[in-house]
Design a protein around this ligand. Structure first.
Ligand SMILES: C[S@@+](CC[C@H](N)C(=O)[O-])C[C@H]1O[C@@H](n2cnc3c(N)ncnc32)[C@H](O)[C@@H]1O
Length: 187
């Protein structure tokens, strides 16, 4: 399953790599039309497409591998999207996302005598004037997590194990510098 597949680059790689069935979804119909064109050109009978908002997808944990690349930080409900990813995953989920600097420390939770540790944080990003852009949010309100917060949330929504994947020396600069991460989560 490739959630927010755009023109389907990763879904097509999975289909060509021999996965039995690959489902590619995106909220924008123009992207799905492009994937359909490529599916016909490459004659990929194992690639299936559907226009869908991530939050409208049915909770069926029948996908061995779920990809959610470049989506989380375009959403106003990233925790809901992580719950959705967990609900769709049978074995493993890989999430790629922009991240924001982490904040840690203790928080007075109603009283200085009752304090809780901060598990992570979200940065609010404004895409309100960019919702027409093909790669952007559809609502314009974006919450980008810190890496520590993302790892904590992946456990909180029910993944057994989550880890940041290593970046090769010649990897994309944002990944090398920890401004984006690719995280593998297992059920
Ligand atoms: C930055 S692009 C990433 C595309 C691709 N996954 C990649 O990594 O190259 C973000 C994609 O998320 C899609 N998108 C935005 N909001 C969405 C939503 N609520 N549900 C599903 N897809 C969404 C956009 O249409 C766009 O294709």
């Amino acid at each position: 399953m490739d959630i927010a597949c755009h023109q389907g680059y990763y879904a097509i790689q999975l289909a060509r790599a021999g996965f039995g069935r690959v489902d590619a979804t995106d909220v924008r119909q123009e992207h799905i039309d492009d994937v359909d064109l490529l599916r016909r050109i490459y004659a990929l009978d194992n690639l299936h497409t559907r226009r869908a908002d991530v939050f409208e997808m049915q909770n069926r944990a029948d996908h061995d591998l779920v990809l959610m690349f470049g989506l989380l930080y375009h959403l106003e409900n990233p925790v809901g999207a992580l719950r959705k990813a967990r609900a769709l995953t049978r074995r493993a989920c890989v999430i790629e996302t922009q991240v924001v600097p982490h904040l840690s420390g203790m928080v007075d939770w109603g009283s200085y005598e009752y304090v809780r540790p901060l598990k992570g944080c979200f940065g609010i990003i404004d895409e309100i004037d960019e919702t027409h852009a093909p790669e952007a949010s559809v609502t314009g309100v974006c919450l980008a997590p810190s890496t520590e917060g993302l790892l904590w949330l992946l456990h909180a929504v029910g993944f057994r194990h989550a880890e940041v994947l290593p970046v090769p020396d010649d990897g994309y600069e944002q990944l090398r510098h920890g401004k984006r991460v690719m995280v593998a989560a297992r059920v």
